[in-house]
Write a protein that binds this ligand. Structure first.
Ligand SMILES: [Zn+2]
Length: 214
């Protein structure tokens, strides 16, 4: 039960070129691949997401081919990584040894420091977009997911430093950015500029800060 609760659905739509009746009628089919993964898992869930990401870069010629692939791919993907790659060498452009280098790529530091870090492989923001995401949403994202272990788009695993303080695990994400005072000030400016109304609201309410436990 608990395992299921933690799971998230990851989906990618893929390019399918198709002809015949469907195309003539201007109809479009569902060309999305979906897998359920556990964001806390370090294996095989991020590897399954990486495989999904690789598959989504391939253009399928014909809906039949896509549907055959989807039926195979979506079945216990993480347990069948090698079998799936072996079944579809054209789609993954190589054998399992070649593909596994991408699936099991080393954990990498993220680009830019939190909360504006992005995935070093696909560029997806981990928590927030600088100058776009309001401050309260950034705080919420950090609270809900303080330690994303890997990217839900491409499966890239992130590097962390680990320490223990008074028996509590402290995980610090590694990033490529060097923090300068100038950048810090700029980031704070951009956050405040977007969040002024919310800040004022909080000040007038003067309420019990983090009342909610979730
Ligand atoms: Zn990514």
């Amino acid at each position: 039960m608990d395992d299921d609760k933690r799971k998230i659905l990851v989906s990618r739509s893929v390019n399918v070129e198709y002809e015949g009746i469907l195309a003539q009628a201007g109809l479009s089919a569902d060309t999305t691949l979906r897998i359920e993964v556990d964001p806390e898992s370090l294996y095989p869930d991020p590897q399954a997401v990486a495989l999904l990401w690789l598959a989504s870069t391939y253009t399928f010629h014909g809906l039949d081919l896509f549907e055959d692939f989807r039926d195979d791919f979506e079945q216990r993907t993480g347990d069948r990584l090698q079998e799936i790659v072996d079944n579809w060498p054209l789609i993954f452009r190589g054998d399992f040894e070649h593909v596994s280098k991408k699936l099991f790529a080393a954990q990498k530091p993220v680009v830019n420091r939190p909360p504006f870090s992005t995935c070093p492989r696909c560029g997806r923001p981990l928590w927030a977009r600088e100058g776009v995401t309001p401050l309260d949403e950034i705080k919420q994202a950090l609270k809900v997911d303080p330690h994303p272990w890997w990217c839900p788009v491409c499966g890239q695993r992130f590097a962390y430093d680990h320490a223990t303080e008074n028996g509590v695990d402290i995980w610090s994400i590694r990033c490529t950015a060097k923090f300068s005072a100038r950048e810090t000030l700029r980031d704070l400016d951009s956050m405040v500029a977007f969040d002024q109304p919310a800040l004022q609201l909080d000040a007038t309410r003067n309420g019990g800060s983090d009342g909610q436990s979730k």
